[in-house]
Design a protein around this ligand. Structure first.
Ligand code: PGA
Length: 250
């Protein structure tokens, strides 16, 4: 049985003080859930958030990472820095990184491999534009992104990775994919992983849906057979994040 994950993606929101305030507000309400909860937070919030969740099961993730270990990369954060700060997950290949910071499939693959080397679980994002969906090339495009992200990743490591399917047209728009659309793509991603690594890895790998997830649509999405939880942007900054985590009672 795959354990569900609900990961918040705070994006560029929350100063360190605000971050601690939010975590303190949510922390107790999140206790006692069977779902794995991850707060993916801006780099500067990592240390205070790790401290604020230290007596809980909540995990902390980063939103990005460089693939080099150290050196002259002004402004970047290395995998070793993340590990040393208590990070267990890192979002890689988010469409905002691809779109605004020019990250391509090769760069994302390097980051995935480096995160694995450091024992950080990558949350590998993929997703199509509205044009690609309308042209009917969604599944082909996502296959290309997944194949690239997993290049040279070994089967045991692949099984521990998390994939997030996030249609770009659903991110921050309030226009959520239907559970049928989301399931169709997540199923195709699992088939793709099966082709690459076989049944065992495909059964283990966790696939999330992201894009306008909220407390009223989480249950239907997360109950789809190939959807193992969600990557939540806007709603992760609000108290209804707790209702998303507790979707089973919704
Ligand atoms: P959203 O963002 O939930 O605000 O649509 C999701 C994401 O970008 O991960």
């Amino acid at each position: 049985m795959r354990k569900k994950i609900v990961a918040g993606n705070w994006k560029m929101n929350m100063t360190p003080k605000e971050a601690v305030g939010l975590v303190n507000k949510l922390r107790d309400k999140l206790a006692g859930s069977d779902v794995e909860v991850v707060f993916c937070v801006p780099a500067i919030d990592i240390i205070p958030v790790v401290e604020a969740v230290k007596d809980t099961d909540i995990k902390v993730g980063a939103e990005n990472m460089h693939y080099e270990e150290k050196g002259a990369f002004t402004g970047e954060i290395s995998p070793g820095m993340l590990v040393d700060s208590g990070v267990s997950y890192v979002i890689l290949g988010h469409s905002e990184r691809r779109q605004y910071f020019g990250e391509d499939d090769d760069c994302i693959n390097r980051k995935v491999r480096k995160a694995i080397e450091y024992g950080i679980t990558p949350i590998i994002c993929c997703g199509e534009t509205i044009q690609q969906r309308e042209e009917g090339i969604t599944l082909d495009f996502i296959k290309k992104q997944i194949n690239a992200a997993f290049t040279q990743v070994l089967p045991d490591d692949a099984a521990d990775c998390v994939i997030a399917y996030e249609p770009i047209w659903a991110i921050g728009t309030g226009r959520v994919a239907t559970s049928k659309q989301a399931q169709e793509v997540c199923e195709a991603i699992r088939c793709n992983i099966r082709e690459l690594y076989g049944d065992d890895v495909a059964t283990k790998v966790r696939i999330l849906y992201g894009g306008s997830v909220n407390a009223s649509n989480a249950k239907e999405l997360f109950e789809q057979p190939d959807i193992d939880g969600g990557l939540v942007g806007g709603a992760s900054l609000r108290p209804d994040f707790c209702d998303i985590v507790k979707y089973e009672g919704a």
